[in-house]
Design a protein around this ligand. Structure first.
Ligand code: IVH
Length: 679
């Protein structure tokens, strides 16, 4: 007999899974990430396997999917829509390969490898090449009739094309939404004041299960085929799964472009690695890859076990979302003083790494998501993106849930004063970001500024990492970047955990950094809104630092891609006495680069002149003309106004020419433009 706590545990797990099934399949509104559902499911599976007496006929482990929505008609799947067993590690994949080899008594097996689409499983029926019925998986045996909705999916062939079309064909595959389409749909939803979708899969599910097919028709759904129910209905009979897939493609179905046939466990591992690396660049979301024994006779021989085939397995990627709790919400101060709320989390394994911090972006985001200390949250880490809090699981909030003795924390708000230096926090209207106004007085900003200055793409000072910069600032050894060049061996070697050898190396790296380029130096200064590309543009345009420092906002705006905001940031930076002093000290310390004459101010006669191009020029392309004008400091804009100096007119010029004539602006043809440029 199991003890009563195990009985309780199984009961709780069943209740939780049933509730999540309902939210997911019936309401299309899941409240927890899939990984959490999988975890509970596995927990129940393990419990039931160890204590079979705990199993009940209505346990979610005994059922394949959700229940069909009563609003749609029902479709009986002649062959049930099963699911795949999952592998979460290479060991599990190797074991799968071993089972297949043993079952078939073959030394090495070829597998058809495919992406595992993260959408909804669909079955399509064709009679004499005509699409007659489409259904969702439902509970695996009975699905929902969504034929009308599927007819609106643009890449589902309504009539098959090509040769050897079987009289009756059931195609299985996945309906999904491409990432780009999903992003656009959400922009539209937002513009209309309607609810945004959490991810492409939920958007696809919500769109397909609309009772009004007109709504589905407005949603950009796609269908990707991954198999056929009964290959014996196909003639000539295919021998391999990948051959069947090619046949499907020839009849007009979309199939994954990333398919491959691979041999043995090593081949599967290679495919997995390749797809894991390509994942973020794929046009659709995938949550793993699928391996299928390629030989169709071998598939029949291996057969099925309970709810899944023996001849196929899904190799899942590490979950990108997981649940954890918020232990604290701290406020970080960035290089430009921006305050970012960061949730400190109970450690959780997500996206393949252990995560203990997640960004809340800014105050408004933290408040919109209403994240509070003590909350259970779902955390997402996709690719190399900074982990972020996706949402609060409100049912688990202390006071609201069963843990009612825990205190309820107040909503998050940013402090009025910088948590590091105590300066005021300022938030400009129309800006989401609040900033500490302390500037380089604020140790947090100073540290970030120094780390930026030393970073690889800036002055490239090897070895000057976070821990060292922290100590240098905290011990008041370094206040500005110029102080780096004044440090001696002893002050460095006295830092904690600093061997004399590393101190010597750092000093050598600092010495080496003195020979740099103007672009790197400009970037290293950390002027707000001046990234690497702008720094390069400024360096190319002004040629030397003094010309840049003297430039007015107007002159700065003559640099391609520098607009009023960036120009103001630069002018503001060089207007600060303190910044000029640091630059002078850096130069005095021997920081140097190759300087040249400013191209803008001496050889650029067109500085400050605005051009508009209209019509087709006889020899120059629009791009070429634009480049030539910009190379001499001129600016090309899109519309004619009183600020326009010249309108360059080609053939078939239209309303811009009329406007220019009305405003009395100088008109140039191509030859006249060339003459002007040659002056
Ligand atoms: S083959 C017997 N191939 O994964 C089942 N399924 O757990 C045969 N899925 O919801 C399924 N991509 O819709 C197969 N390339 C692929 C797939 C795929 C996604 C889904 C399928 C089902 C789940 C199976």
């Amino acid at each position: 007999m199991s003890d009563s706590s195990l009985v309780e545990q199984a009961k709780d797990l069943r209740a939780a899974l049933l509730q999540h099934d309902y939210l997911y399949y019936v309401l299309d509104a899941p409240t927890v990430p899939d990984a959490e559902y999988d975890r509970l499911f596995r927990q129940l599976q393990v419990l039931e396997a160890e204590h079979p007496e705990l199993q009940t006929p209505d346990s979610p482990t005994q059922r394949i999917g959700g229940r069909p929505l009563p609003a749609f008609g029902q479709v009986n799947h002649t062959v049930p829509m099963l699911s795949l067993n999952n592998a979460f590690s290479l060991d599990e994949v190797t074991a799968f390969d071993r089972r297949c080899r043993e079952g078939l008594d073959e030394p090495a097996i070829d597998y058809a490898c495919e992406p595992k689409f993260d959408g909804l499983a669909i079955s399509l029926r064709y009679e004499n090449g005509l699409f007659v019925q489409g259904a969702t998986r439902g509970d695996g045996t009975v699905g929902e009739d969504v034929t009308q909705n599927l007819r609106t999916v643009r890449n589902i062939p309504l009539r098959l094309v090509g040769k050897d079309i079987p009289p009756r064909l059931d195609v299985r595959g996945e309906v999904l939404m491409l990432r780009a389409d999903f992003a656009q749909l959400n922009v539209r939803q937002r513009a209309r004041g309607e609810k945004e979708f959490v991810n492409p899969r939920n958007a696809a599910a919500g769109s397909l299960r609309q009772l009004d097919a007109k709504i589905t028709a407005q949603r950009p759904l796609r269908f990707f085929a991954y198999g056929v129910v009964d290959v014996t209905a196909v003639s000539p009979a295919p021998t391999f799964h990948d051959e069947m897939m090619n046949r499907l493609a020839s009849w007009g179905f979309t199939v994954a472009a990333e398919r491959a046939v691979m041999r043995g466990a090593a081949g599967l591992a290679a495919y997995y690695a390749e797809m894991a690396a390509a994942r973020m660049q794929l046009p659709y979301d995938i949550d793993g890859v699928v391996y299928k024994v390629n030989d169709l006779d071998d598939q029949v021989q291996l057969g099925f076990v309970s709810r899944a085939p023996r001849f196929a397995i899904a190799h899942k990627f590490p979950a990108q979302e997981a649940l954890t709790t918020v232990e604290a919400i701290e406020v970080q101060v960035g290089r430009t003083g921006a305050l970012t709320p960061v949730a400190r989390l109970a450690a959780v394994f997500v996206g393949g790494v252990t995560v203990t911090n997640a960004t809340l972006h800014n105050e408004a985001e933290a408040q919109r998501k209403d994240v509070r200390v003590g909350d259970t949250v779902s955390v997402r880490r996709a690719g190399d993106v900074i982990p972020e809090v996706v949402a609060v699981i409100l049912e688990k909030r202390p006071m609201l849930g069963e843990h009612s003795d825990a205190p309820l924390h107040p909503p998050f708000a940013l402090p009025k004063y910088c948590p590091v230096c105590g300066s005021a926090v300022e938030k400009l209207e129309d800006e989401a970001i609040a900033r500490c106004i302390g500037g380089l007085f604020c140790p947090a900003q100073r540290k970030q500024a120094l780390r930026h200055f030393a970073s690889r793409r800036a002055m490239d000072i090897d070895g000057l990492g976070e821990k060292i910069v922290e100590q240098l600032v905290d011990n008041a050894i370094v206040k500005t970047p110029a102080d780096l060049y004044k440090m001696g061996l002893t002050s460095l070697a006295n830092l904690q955990r600093m061997a004399e050898k590393s101190a010597t190396n750092i000093l050598a790296a600092i010495e080496k950094s003195k020979h740099t380029t103007l672009a790197r130096f400009i970037f290293a200064l950390g002027i707000r809104n001046v990234g690497e590309a702008t720094a390069k543009d400024l360096s190319r345009y002004f040629g030397n630092l003094d010309a840049l420092m003297r430039a007015s906002e107007d002159q700065l705006q003559q640099v391609p891609d520098v607009g009023p905001v960036v120009a103001a940031s630069i002018a503001h930076f060089f207007a600060e006495r303190h910044n000029i002093e640091v630059i002078e000290q850096l130069r005095a310390a021997g920081v140097q680069w190759l300087e040249s004459e400013p191209m803008a101010l001496t050889v650029a006669p067109l500085v400050g002149k605005a051009f508009v191009l209209t019509g087709t020029l006889p020899t120059l392309s629009r791009e070429a003309a634009k480049e030539m004008i910009e190379a001499q400091g001129g600016k090309v804009t899109g519309s004619v106004s009183s600020k326009t100096d010249y309108v360059v007119v080609g053939e078939d010029a239209g309303s811009k020419l009329v406007k220019a004539q009305e405003l009395g602006i100088t008109l140039l043809n191509e030859n006249q433009l060339k003459e002007l440029l040659a002056q």
